[in-house]
Design a protein around this ligand. Structure first.
Ligand SMILES: [Zn+2]
Length: 322
């Protein structure tokens, strides 16, 4: 059911409206960061299109929903790159299928994950289908690299932008599904870096309940390691939230707050040790720098530079007090 999707309320509303009004677009482009649930949403949409019982939703139990879950519904096709590339043969195979009428439902649904990895030939071939789409077809292109999709392809799809799932929504969902205490749910949400399926997996296996490691930027780094850390942050900018949470915990510890206010409560002994390296104003300063950096990244300011500056500042803060 659509309510199994964590976050993305606006997009779900748009898809449900399309289902209710019967105005389903011939092609969609789901664009947004990796692991936030784009493919899951696309599969849910495919199920809702074919579902025999639910209204503008997927029941998850009817023969259609189950076939799609098992990957053997004749009118739903999921295409992923073979190796590094999505090749022209894959697009051609899809096109051959689109020449037939749907077998069981009213639409044929093709979901192409990592559509940015189409070869030039494949992309040009895909463009032909998008220029003259068969009426009973829904094509959903999925990408984490919107800019890598040909402009001509983009312009022929209805775009749905996916953002990061807010930590609070993810934590709430983990609490609901795995009946975790709030602090643990929050910690797992942070540790998963916003990767929804990973977070759910961790919550269900109660992973993340072991003692977390203090990020190296809190404990001081050698110059070379600093740049490696900046690189790592650039690849996984969600890690800035992890860092931010650690500094907030440090501030709590500095102010002798009780354990239940900490996110990394199991790391209390480590936090107690690290906090001795900092004065309160330094921790507040660090929090401010991280928040500023996050804002810079959102505004697409040179992210490598912004992160280099951040790690150097944070390391300096720590070194001065050692
Ligand atoms: Zn169903």
């Amino acid at each position: 059911m659509f309510r199994d999707i964590v976050g993305h309320d606006k997009n779900i509303e748009a898809l449900r409206n399309a289902l209710r009004s019967g105005r389903i677009a011939g092609a969609y482009l789901f664009a947004g960061p990796a692991h936030v649930g784009k493919e899951f949403t696309a599969m849910m949409f495919a199920k809702a299109i074919h579902c025999k019982t639910a209204d503008a939703d997927a029941c998850g139990r009817c023969v259609s929903c189950r076939k799609i879950d098992d990957g053997n519904h004749p009118d739903v096709r999921l295409i992923r790159p073979q190796g590094n590339w999505m090749k022209i043969d894959q697009v051609r195979a899809m096109q051959r299928q689109l020449t037939y009428r749907p077998m069981e439902g009213h639409y044929k649904v093709c979901i192409l994950t990592d559509a940015d990895r189409m070869t030039t030939q494949a992309a040009n071939s895909m463009l032909k289908t998008l220029e003259e789409p068969p009426g009973d077809t829904v094509i959903i292109l999925i990408t984490a690299k919107y800019d890598a999709i040909l402009l001509t392809i983009r312009s022929r799809c209805r775009p749905l932008k996916f953002g990061h799932v807010p930590l609070e929504s993810l934590a709430r969902e983990l609490t609901r599904r795995a009946m975790l205490p709030d602090s643990l749910a929050r910690q797992i949400a942070i540790l998963s870096s916003g990767n929804v399926s990973k977070a759910i997996e961790m919550a269900e296996s109660k992973e993340g309940t072991h003692e977390p490691e203090i990020p190296p930027l809190l404990t001081g780094l050698e110059p070379l390691q600093l740049f490696r850390e900046a690189e790592r942050l650039q690849k996984q900018t969600e890690q800035l939230d992890v860092l931010l949470t650690w500094y907030r915990d440090l501030l709590m510890v500095k102010q002798r707050a009780p354990d239940e206010l900490l996110t990394y409560v199991q790391a209390r002994p480590l936090l107690d040790e690290v906090v001795r390296n900092y004065a309160s104003w330094q921790i507040q300063q660090a929090i401010q720098w991280i928040q500023e950096t996050k804002q810079h990244l959102q505004r697409n300011i040179n992210s490598a530079l912004a992160l280099d500056v951040l790690v150097i500042r944070l390391a300096g803060l720590n070194a001065r007090n050692r």
